[in-house]
Design a protein around this ligand. Structure first.
Ligand SMILES: Nc1ncnc2c1ncn2[C@@H]1O[C@H](COP(=O)(O)OP(=O)(O)OP(=O)(O)O)[C@@H](O)[C@H]1O
Ligand SMILES: [Mg+2]
Length: 271
């Protein structure tokens, strides 16, 4: 724990988050006062039963929705109180969002999809944007698919392109809601390996909702949401070296902290 805390500020600081939704003339409380911190370089999974508030919570982190009560401080910004314009600008620079159903723009090529966030953020020259987008597509193994429309490639390829898009503006924080939920086990494993690599080699912070218990077990920290509360928040002694990436090179961001769970080592996710 201390390795993560140190003198660093949390990148995500959720303070007593309550979320109520109107139902008819009444209200239903979905999140009951959730607080947690995530520090730079952490890889955190959010797990828990369907309908218990995981996506609602993630939407608070990204500012897609606002809490009824509480404060959301992400990358030092008061996300709960920012205007839509401020949020859009902030998201463009600080947060990469990855969805279950990819959400690529269907009439644009993969390359154009990846270029778009840089255009919105007014980052780089036109030529640099294209070059960077190609580099990112190459990193996710899609350089030869760059000019194809999303509908012309597989689900796994679309999701890898969506990851490249999420990285376009080089945000420090990646937030993903069931990013492997629509992929077969083998492809899910490949996408997951990519996330692990981004955390370990590029120092990204990753917050990921998943229903995949195998994958969640490989993530260093697991927050379990049950009935809109944190039921457990545990750190596993995950053997990240089991992840089959080409050059696993942990950068010392320290996920090997606080190993007070059972610390079993799993073999690589079965294909
Ligand atoms: N806009 C809304 N208005 C009313 N109720 C909502 C709204 N959004 C979500 N809910 C309710 O909040 C609860 C939690 O939903 P949420 O999508 O956060 O669950 P989840 O944990 O992500 O589930 P899943 O694993 O199935 O994706 C559900 O009962 C849902 O119906
Ligand atoms: Mg959900």
């Amino acid at each position: 724990m201390s390795q993560l805390n140190g003198s660093k500020q949390p990148i995500i600081d959720m303070r007593n988050i309550v979320k109520r939704f109107p139902v008819g003339n009444d209200e239903i409380t979905i999140l009951h006062g959730i607080s947690f911190d995530v520090y730079p370089g952490e890889f955190v999974s959010i797990v828990g039963p369907s309908g218990n508030g995981k996506s609602t919570l993630l939407n608070m982190v990204t500012g897609i929705d606002r809490p009824s009560d509480g404060e959301v401080i992400v990358t030092g910004k008061p996300v709960h109180s920012m205007t839509e314009n401020e949020l859009a600008k902030w998201r463009g620079q600080e947060v990469g969002i990855i969805f279950q159903f990819f959400q690529m723009l269907p009439s644009l090529s993969l390359l154009q999809n990846v270029t778009l966030p840089m255009e919105f953020a007014w980052m780089y020259t036109r030529a640099e944007r294209r070059e960077r987008a190609m580099e990112l597509l190459d990193m996710v193994g899609l350089a030869d698919q760059a000019t194809k429309l999303p509908g012309m490639v597989s689900g796994g390829q679309q999701q890898r392109a969506a990851i490249a898009r999420a990285l376009a503006t080089d945000p420090p924080l990646l937030v993903a809601d069931e990013p492997t939920g629509n992929l077969d086990a083998k492809t899910a494993g490949q996408v997951f390996d990519l996330f692990m690599k981004l955390v370990e080699e590029q120092g990204k912070t990753m917050l990921m909702v998943t229903h995949d218990a195998e994958l969640a077990d490989r993530i260093p920290r697991k927050i379990e949401i049950v009935n809109g509360n944190i039921a457990t928040d545990t750190r596993n002694q995950v053997s990240s070296k089991k992840v089959e990436v080409e050059t696993p090179a942990p950068n010392g961001n320290g996920h090997q902290n606080g190993a007070h769970k059972n610390g079993h080592k799993k073999e690589a996710v079965p294909a």
